[in-house]
Design a protein around this ligand. Structure first.
Ligand code: SF4
Ligand code: SF4
Length: 91
């Protein structure tokens, strides 16, 4: 049977940010590297018994830096697709 991962998902108009507490060891690297400092400690505990993290989506620019630096792939950042560009008219 497929495992259902516990997760916290948050979104804004730019994208969706998800953390998986069962993978987060609470190292704080994502907090340190977020360019707009919108990640903070959460009350939810990870698999090491340490706090996990959450993002304030009001300020998140959906850059993906937290996903890139997390050593345990505990964060996934997805950009929302931009509207379809209408086909160019040939004149
Ligand atoms: S996607 Fe970028 S701005 Fe948003 S929480 Fe992660 S590092 Fe910060
Ligand atoms: S970098 Fe990954 S493991 Fe470290 S605190 Fe952030 S989400 Fe948790």
């Amino acid at each position: 049977m497929k495992k259902e991962w516990d997760h916290l998902e948050k979104e804004n108009d730019k994208g969706v940010w998800t953390v998986f507490p069962e993978l987060c060891k609470g190292c704080g690297l994502c907090i340190e590297k977020c360019p707009v400092s919108v990640i903070s400690w959460s009350e939810k505990l990870g698999f090491m018994g340490t706090p996990t993290v959450e993002a304030d989506m009001e300020g998140c620019i959906v850059c993906g830096m937290c996903e890139t630096v997390c050593p345990d792939t505990a964060i996934v950042v997805e950009r929302k697709a931009k509207g379809k560009v209408p086909p160019a008219k040939v004149v």
